[in-house]
Ligand binder design. Structure first.
Ligand code: SAM
Length: 282
């Protein structure tokens, strides 16, 4: 929703909150079978991708989200080889996963091929590894794809989906979580973007309960900054077995690839949560 034609404004209705980015011009607009896809050139954040009027990513700050939705779980897992990304059509998470040389295969399942094609055109830097021989980009509903995955076959599932509205809603359901639990190996791990602890605390609380109802013994939320998402304060929630705060610290410290936000200290710190959140998730 635009206040006028020089600003893009996203209004987060449930909190009567809005934020705006000054834009130079709109670069693209289309209605896919699933959502409205728009791209703007902004004054200070590079290109901006929105889906149904909601901010998905900007050139300037997407690195924080894509690094924090991938490296924590991949360094928490002892030896991730088979990875699945549900959503993630902009391919930023895929690029980060493929930095891990031990990963043998990544399936990326996004319901909307148009998001990936638009990303290839307007966010080429995120799509540089789409032709990696380990990458498999598929375009279908993640919940339907997960139904047919052989059980005990996946090491890591990353859900980089839109909010729990529209096509993304099913990806926050007990049915989907149970399917993921079945598809994961016994030591497999799951992570999902889990919204703002300030604006969507109820959703975060219900996610923990629903993940546990779906068969995950342990759940663990971690936090990071994401200035172009409502409240600027975002989370991911891990699910699996065992202590999800333990990770391969030395491997993270000696990693053979570059990151601009993630490091092992940031990983450890992201797991330290404020009192209200600890109480709400207890
Ligand atoms: N980082 C963003 C956020 O936190 O809102 C998400 C970015 S990514 C573009 C979100 C992707 O989820 C979209 O490309 C959308 O098509 C995809 N998606 C939504 N529902 C889906 C479903 N049921 N199965 C697979 N992909 C889905």
């Amino acid at each position: 929703m635009n206040l006028d034609n020089t600003w893009f404004t996203e209004i987060e209705k449930s909190n009567n909150f809005a934020f705006s980015l000054k834009v130079k011009r709109k670069l693209h607009e289309e209605q896919s079978p699933y959502q409205k896809i728009e791209v703007y050139e902004t004054e200070s954040f590079g290109n901006l991708l929105t889906l149904d009027g909601l901010t998905m990513l900007t050139d300037r700050d997407n690195f924080i989200y894509h690094e924090m939705m991938t490296h924590p779980i991949l360094f928490t897992h002892l030896n991730p080889k088979q990875v699945v990304i549900i959503g993630g059509g902009d391919c930023g998470a895929l690029k980060e996963v493929l930095k891990h040389k031990g990963v043998e295969k990544v399936y990326q399942i996004d319901i909307d091929e148009r998001v990936t094609r638009v990303a290839e055109q307007f966010f080429p830097d995120l799509c540089t590894t789409n032709n990696d021989p380990r990458a498999n980009l598929l375009f279908e509903d993640g919940i339907k794809w997960m139904q047919n995955v052989p059980e005990n076959s996946i090491d890591v599932i990353i859900v980089d989906s839109t909010d729990p509205i529209g096509p993304g809603e099913v990806l926050f359901s007990e049915q989907f979580y149970a399917q993921c639990r079945r598809a994961l190996k016994p030591d497999g791990l799951y992570v999902q973007q889990s919204e703002s602890p300030l604006f969507q605390l109820n959703l975060l609380q219900s996610m923990h309960k629903t993940l546990q109802a779906g068969g995950f013994a342990m759940t663990q939320t971690y936090q990071f900054f994401q200035c172009t998402y409502p409240s600027g304060w975002w989370t991911g929630t891990l699910a699996g077995e065992g202590d999800l705060t333990e990770f391969r610290y030395e491997d993270a410290e000696n990693k053979d690839f570059t990151t601009h936000y993630y490091n092992p200290e940031i990983h450890s710190a992201s797991l330290i949560l404020p009192n209200f959140l600890l109480e709400a998730l207890a």
